[in-house]
Design a binder for this molecule. Structure first.
Ligand SMILES: [Zn+2]
Length: 305
């Protein structure tokens, strides 16, 4: 059946009205695109990068290098806590099945980083700076996001293209060929040059995006991620030297807080109807232990009599 021109016109007008009604309210201003839109519905695989098996091998070598440069905490309750928390989040990520490993670095700077293949490192200074478990989980979710987003692998690829370090040029051959010496050289170059942890601003935004959803899927109070950025914002204004170099290279905390708030408002809501974890007694205990330990800045060890 053919429709008259006026009928077609009416349909067009109605449809455009519907489209306008579907647009988010803009308060009269032109709508600014949500910066997270480009990450929505992305699929995450190792295609185009090292295979997962090779990634895990390289991660192991990189970890040996990390242990030479950073002092890792060997404290059973602290390690067990951070491992449980990390695994709870990682199991809800888009890479639930790799062997995740979470470590605590004995260092007062407010810092955290991820390398490859499920290895995440949290500084004691970061744990000290947080006040709830969900804030700590938001940083861990961000680091897990770097590994889900293959950002370390992207950096390996880039350093290989740039020919950074003699070993980088032969990375694929070295790993697949299995000459242990060159893998160790490569891991050393990657860590010494800080190549694994320097991500583009967009990769940082993607890690924030993935971290927020990770926090949500693990039933944490997502607004604590905004609180964490506010802590980082206040520290970077009042005590800039307390912020570690890796954290300092991220987008401004105010922008990160704004992006997170917008995503919660437009896509997540506040988790109504579900129970949301903000903090736990275990978090308080572990944080207290870290503050009171040898790295503590607020309490000195009690004198012994
Ligand atoms: Zn990051």
């Amino acid at each position: 059946m053919r429709r008259s021109f006026s009928q077609q016109l009416l349909t067009m007008v109605l449809m455009s009205g519907l489209l306008i009604a579907c647009l988010p309210p803009t308060g009269g201003a032109t709508a600014v695109q949500n910066p997270y839109d480009k990450f929505r519905n992305r699929e995450y695989t190792n295609a185009g990068y090292l295979s997962e098996e090779d990634e895990l091998k390289l991660a192991e070598e990189v970890h040996s290098q990390v242990t030479k440069e950073f002092k890792l905490i060997q404290n059973q309750p602290v390690n067990a806590y951070i491992t449980n928390l990390g695994n709870r989040l990682a199991r809800k990520s888009e890479r639930p099945n790799i062997p995740w490993r979470f470590y605590v670095v004995n260092d007062k700077s407010v810092n955290a980083f991820a390398t490859l293949g499920g290895r995440v490192y949290i500084h004691t200074g970061l744990i000290a700076a947080t006040s709830t478990e969900a804030q700590l989980a938001s940083v861990m979710g961000h680091e897990i996001g770097h590994i889900v987003g293959r950002h370390g692998l992207e950096n390996v690829k880039r350093s290989q293209k740039l020919g950074i370090g003699a070993a980088a040029a032969s990375i694929l051959g070295a790993i697949i060929g299995g000459t242990a010496g060159s893998i160790i050289d490569l891991a050393g170059n990657l860590i010494a040059g800080g190549f694994l942890m320097k991500h583009s601003r967009d990769a940082e935004r993607e890690a924030d995006f993935l971290g927020l959803y990770n926090l949500d899927h693990a039933s944490y109070n997502t607004t604590e991620m905004i609180a964490m950025f506010e802590i980082l914002n206040s520290l970077s204004r009042n005590q800039p030297s307390s912020i570690g170099s890796i954290m300092a290279s991220h987008p401004a905390p105010a922008e990160r807080a704004q992006n997170t708030a917008r995503e919660i408002e437009e896509h997540l809501g506040l988790g109504a109807g579900g129970r949301r974890v903000t903090t736990t007694g275990e978090f308080d205990q572990i944080r207290g232990q870290i503050l009171g330990g040898p790295t503590g800045k607020t309490r000195r060890a009690r004198p012994r009599y």
